[in-house]
Design a protein around this ligand. Structure first.
Ligand code: HOZ
Length: 439
């Protein structure tokens, strides 16, 4: 690998990749296995990635990019971290799946319970989607109620009743309410604008006997980064406690990302149930949901709520997750990530100010989004005011100069521990040059 020639991004004609994309489209809808990977919102065809190392990805024509997608969040240590890949290799020697308990599952569960304040017991699944739909079923089983509250622009995976005003690809492609979801399936989903505590209190007071759960991304990462306003999460905690409603934090993105104990530790608000994914699998497919023992013990085989999975707790994914969490548990890691991100964000803001380009940046921990709009972004409506055309130009300009960003205005940039001072300096410089072309 070391001897491979790294070409300047886009220096090569894209013929090889065009061919790969044409071939992919023959067999895979849209040529992608998850819609957010398509470059539809920014134009052009997606890169085909050959490999990743540290903060960089390399496409099939050998071009190098500083990567801020980080596989949409899991790769907080960067690509191909040697300790993680070693553990994966070791686990592989023993077999790939058993459909029976393994010691590693208990170890990962123990680490999660020790790290996340709201989790006393946890169940491993295979994706964030599974985690969220299982947590909702559990909340319904536990309370005996049907309705749920979700917030506009939050994305909790692609279960029918959660694909309502959903963020991520659903927003990017202009279908926040998916076709194929019977109206009847969403009639128990109540929608409220993010950060609107007045509306939440009113709706809860009017419907509390029917509401099983309030589910929220405590830091929204699927309409771009949107932060909870002062006291918002605490007020949700107070009102759910008052009415016996299960508070579910979807920390698939924020879990182990903004602090070792996630957003709940960062803000000091402890939910009843938590959904996890991404980082806890170290880059392999994993999800989890956990919470109060009393609620979790409603799950089969102890209780009446059913949920299952052949590959749940897969030993390879579990090995990658354990090693990732071991590294993250060392002191100073999150401070370092947050400091680097803050420095980067300050310089990007400064660039916008100098060049008089209207940008608004939200950031927390190692997550940030550059919105192309002048005003504060605090909910779905304000995020949607962004100039998506300008974003598309920006994205393409950055890509041409070797910076790989999420290909939508409504996604999150993720820094990893592998992003070096040089990477950040190059990103700031490229951002300046690219913003200048937008004027
Ligand atoms: N939450 C991720 C993007 N916002 C999901 C990635 C995907 O849908 O592929």
């Amino acid at each position: 690998m070391a001897s491979q020639i790294i070409r300047e991004p886009m220096a090569l004609e894209r013929k090889v990749m065009d061919k790969l994309f044409r071939e992919a489209q023959k067999y895979i809808p849209g040529g992608v296995n998850s819609p957010v990977r398509a470059f539809k919102a920014v134009g052009g065809d997606p890169l085909f990635i050959e490999r990743g190392m540290g903060s960089k990805v390399y496409d099939t024509s050998g071009s190098e990019f500083i990567d801020y997608v980080s596989s949409w969040g899991p790769l907080i240590l960067g690509h191909s971290h040697p300790q993680v890949t070693n553990q994966i290799r070791e686990a592989l020697q023993k077999g790939t799946s058993f459909g029976a308990p393994t010691p590693g599952e208990t170890e990962l569960a123990r680490m999660i319970v020790q790290a996340v304040p709201g989790i006393e017991k946890v169940r491993l699944v295979n994706s964030g989607t599974e985690a969220a739909m299982s947590a909702i079923r559990l909340a319904r089983g536990y309370t005996g109620r049907d309705k749920i509250i979700k917030f506009e622009g939050c994305y909790h995976g692609h279960a029918d009743y959660l694909l309502v005003k959903a963020g991520s690809g659903a927003t990017t492609f202009g279908f926040p309410d998916s076709a194929g979801v019977p109206q009847d399936f969403t009639r128990n989903t109540i929608l409220i604008p993010y950060n609107d505590i007045t509306a939440t209190e009113r709706v809860v007071k009017e419907n509390h006997q029917e509401i099983a759960a309030i589910i929220i991304e405590p830091v929204a990462g699927n309409m771009g980064v949107v932060l909870p306003g002062d006291g918002f999460l605490q007020k949700l905690r107070d009102i759910t406690r008052k009415y016996g409603i299960v508070l579910v934090f979807d920390e698939v993105i924020s879990g182990f990302r903004i602090s070792y104990g996630g957003a709940q530790q960062y803000f000091g608000v402890i939910p009843d149930l938590t959904c996890l994914g991404k980082i806890i699998g170290g880059g392999l497919p994993v999800g989890a949901y956990g919470g109060k023992k009393e609620i979790m013990e409603y799950l089969s085989p102890l209780g009446p709520v059913y949920q299952a999975g052949t590959l749940s707790g897969n030993p390879i994914a579990v090995a990658a997750g354990i090693e990732t969490l071991k590294i993250l548990s060392q002191p100073g890691i999150y401070e370092k990530l947050e400091q680097r991100t803050t420095n980067l964000v300050h310089s990007l803001r400064e660039n916008g100010r100098k060049l008089k380009v209207d940008i608004y940046i939200n950031h927390i921990g190692s997550m940030f989004t550059v919105f192309f709009c002048p005003d504060k972004v605090y909910d779905y409506k304000s995020a949607k005011k962004s100039d998506e055309k300008q974003f598309a130009h920006y994205f393409q300009g950055m890509l041409k100069k070797g910076i790989y960003l999420p290909c939508s205005q409504f996604e999150t940039n993720f820094l990893s521990l592998a992003h070096s001072r040089e990477d950040i300096e190059k990103t700031i410089k490229t951002n300046y040059e690219t913003l200048r072309t937008l004027k």
